[in-house]
Write a protein that binds this ligand. Sequence first.
Ligand code: PMP
Length: 429
Amino acid sequence: MIYQRSSALFAEAKKYIPGGVNSPVRAFNAVGGDPVFVKSAKGAYLYDEDGNKLIDYIASWGPLILGHAYEPVIEAVIEKARKGTSFGMPTEVETALAKLAVSMVPDIDKIRFVNSGTEACMSAVRLARGYTGKDKIIKFAGCYHGHSDSFLIQAGSGAVTFGSPNSPGVTQGTAKDTLLANYNDLQSVRELTNANKGDIAAVIIEPIAGNMGCIIPSEDFIKGLRELCTQEGILLIFDEVMTGFRLGKGGAQEALGIEADIVTFGKVIGGGLPVGAFAAKEEIMDHLAPDGPVYQAGTLSGNPLAMSAGLAMLTELDAKPEVFKSLADKTAYLHKGIEDVLVKNGIPHQINRFGSMMSVHFTDEPVVDFNSSAKGNNETFKKYFHGMLREGVYLPPSAFESYFLNDALSYNDLDFTIKALENIVDELK
Ligand code: PMP
């Protein structure tokens, strides 16, 4: 495949945009080479600026669960746009999306919309602090909750890919209120709660992690975490920016059978437009302004285009819940196909999968937390990524990211992908 025009566009972008991108992982630093500039997309396929067609396994990092340019979403946005794009006043569509989201997700009464997953998590933590009157939070190494200051402490995703899990610019004062535990290690949480009795407002976690590859919590860990939070009067925040409306109507809460105190959303809830949200029981949500003292706001929050895209998306998922099963089946099929090729060729690997999220790690050891994920062989990963790209398959360009399958992928696409791996597997030896 030729990437001439993409490379030229990247060179031009770098003159005016730091690193040529508006979000770091897009720049391909982890895998080397120039990024692909996309021109359009439909269903499971990306069409780039050089005229290549690629099978897409990131779906805009999760939102496009039903495939690109999904008709009901596109129609809803076009129709709304003709009536005005932003008012900064209440609109009926906000309530429609809120009502539907609350009906789909367990244990929430009210939801507030923002513009990104970052804002959702940032606001959820402020709410937890305002509600409990405590300052400190616990996060897990390798989990990513957006780029707001409190979370750039051993953060996953692009932050770790670029070697700055602790970003310059975050003050010591902020950093000291974020305590760090290890994923799948309840004892590490217990040590922190014992050492900081009465000071912890919240524990925030990706209930299925997707920012150090895909990592699944053990049952003991996630249940124990819920119990510990309840005992200690700590709010448990599930960051469901990736998992919400992807693992099922009720997201990870439903899939794991665990109730969180506050839940954050992003990605699927906006149908591909910029939407984030956070939600909880009424008693907690009523602490937010204007009903309560915890301030939170946004000029474009509840934007009519974004709300109508989200409403069209969730309406589809609510009406066709079989889509979650179909996606999980496709992901399992891909998992098996990739595994068979890697086993046959003696390539050490681990594949983690939950629902329609999965990741391939080139290591012998089970990947259960940040440290085990970081042991993956990045040289092999780079060859895997670029080999697959050459064959027409677009995978996440970092070993710390999850695949997000979309339901427009056909079994032919999955077979094509497995065949692509067969074609390049010798390069991984
Ligand atoms: N939380 C999680 C679990 C995420 O994966 C992400 C982004 N990938 C965020 C929060 C931040 O969302 P956004 O990029 O929309 O700010």
